[in-house]
Ligand binder design. Structure first.
Ligand code: PMP
Length: 349
């Protein structure tokens, strides 16, 4: 068809499976195995469908102010979106408009190259070293912007704040985005650095540590000017990104710090225990600081284990991609879920 010449052709990102079956052990999309804070359930119960008649607040004021208070910044330094995917996509559109390529790691969140292709942004990937660490020196060349997750996905490898700062400092003439989707599971956030660097945008999400992947809440914190530019693009794209339930329930999740610390602490404890048991079964993995473990077995190919697990309704993630095609990314579930996984692996191996 002639009209196809004018189609924007893209190869879309492929999210992990959401199997529609009962009793699946779902360790494939880094969701939280625990429910959101109890206050979220209470707020949901008191919600009235009649209120959905009205548009939500286009500025998402309650959530923006709540996040500003929580992180000790001004509300002008906070931007919210429909999951961090929406925030990151807006950030690409807003900040990555140079002629020079943007830079990100060769092994990383597989949405990064998809957005670059979608928006026609040139990019170059920088190889992680053999231990899957980022080499800050690779990011000290002319570029149109930088983005990387910390901890990285799907490796779980965390870069100390000094390394992050080196990259931000060396790139004062472009925007550097640090995607902290997994920071609450053991890393030190780059958030304090936003006071020092007006080119740093820190992005986080409610999908993992706050157990709200289904509501779609993400946010960015940065210099007021960065946030203003992001908001201009958002308001040129879709005024009402945050729906009413997301605004009301998001703020409830933020209110319960005790529950947040308890559940993230539990996930970290389960992760550390699982590391020991996987090691004993012959798995090796980079030291994860996220809510998943990126593991490779000494004898059995990852693809084979992936299939065997799937047949038992245990879902993990596998990518047939260079350098990582012998790894499984296993989300840390409850202790009980991990015990079922480990028992199966023990028998299988
Ligand atoms: N960044 C990274 C590194 C991720 O792994 C994910 C989860 N797929 C996201 C961002 C997006 O998460 P969400 O849109 O649910 O906030």
């Amino acid at each position: 068809m002639i009209w196809e010449e004018n189609v924007r052709k893209v190869v879309p990102y492929v999210p992990g499976e959401q199997p529609d079956k009962p009793n699946v052990i779902k360790l494939n999309t880094n969701e939280c195995p625990y429910p959101p804070a109890p206050g979220v359930q209470a707020a949901l119960a008191s919600m009235r469908s009649a209120d959905m008649r009205l548009y939500p607040d286009p500025t998402a004021e309650v959530l923006v102010q709540g996040l500003a208070d929580y992180y000790g910044v001004r509300k002008e330094q906070v931007f919210v979106g429909v999951g961090s995917d929406d925030v990151l996509s807006m950030a690409y559109l807003t900040f990555f408009n140079g002629e020079k390529p943007i830079l990100f790691p060769d092994i990383t969140y597989s949405f990064y190259d998809v957005w670059a292709d979608l928006y026609r942004i040139p990019y170059v990937t920088c190889a992680l070293n053999d231990d899957f660490h980022i080499c800050p020196r690779d990011y000290m060349r002319p570029n149109g912007g930088v983005i990387f997750p910390n901890p990285n996905a799907p490796t779980g490898v965390y870069e100390p704040l000094e390394e992050v700062e080196k990259i931000v400092q060396a790139n004062r003439d472009v925007v550097v985005i640090v995607d902290e989707a997994y920071i609450d599971f053991g890393g030190e956030s780059a958030l304090p650095l936003i006071q020092k660097y007006d080119n740093l945008l820190v992005v986080q999400t409610f999908s993992k540590s706050r157990a709200m992947a289904g509501l779609r809440i993400g946010f960015a914190v940065g210099d007021e000017k960065l946030i203003r530019y992001l908001s201009d693009v958002k308001f040129s794209f879709n005024s009402y990104t945050m729906n009413r339930p997301a605004l009301e329930l998001g703020i409830e999740a933020l209110r319960d710090k005790v529950y947040f610390e308890e559940t993230t602490g539990r996930i970290v404890a389960t992760r550390e225990r699982a590391k020991g048991e996987l090691k004993a079964l012959g798995f090796t993995f980079p030291d994860s600081r996220a809510n998943f473990i990126f593991a490779s077995h000494e004898r059995i190919p990852a693809r084979q284990i992936f299939q065997a697990l799937r047949e038992r309704d245990i879902y993990v993630r596998y990518w047939d991609k260079p350098r990582i095609d012998n790894f499984l990314r296993i989300t840390v579930g409850t202790d009980e879920q991990m015990d079922t996984l480990l028992a199966f692996l023990k028998e299988y191996i």
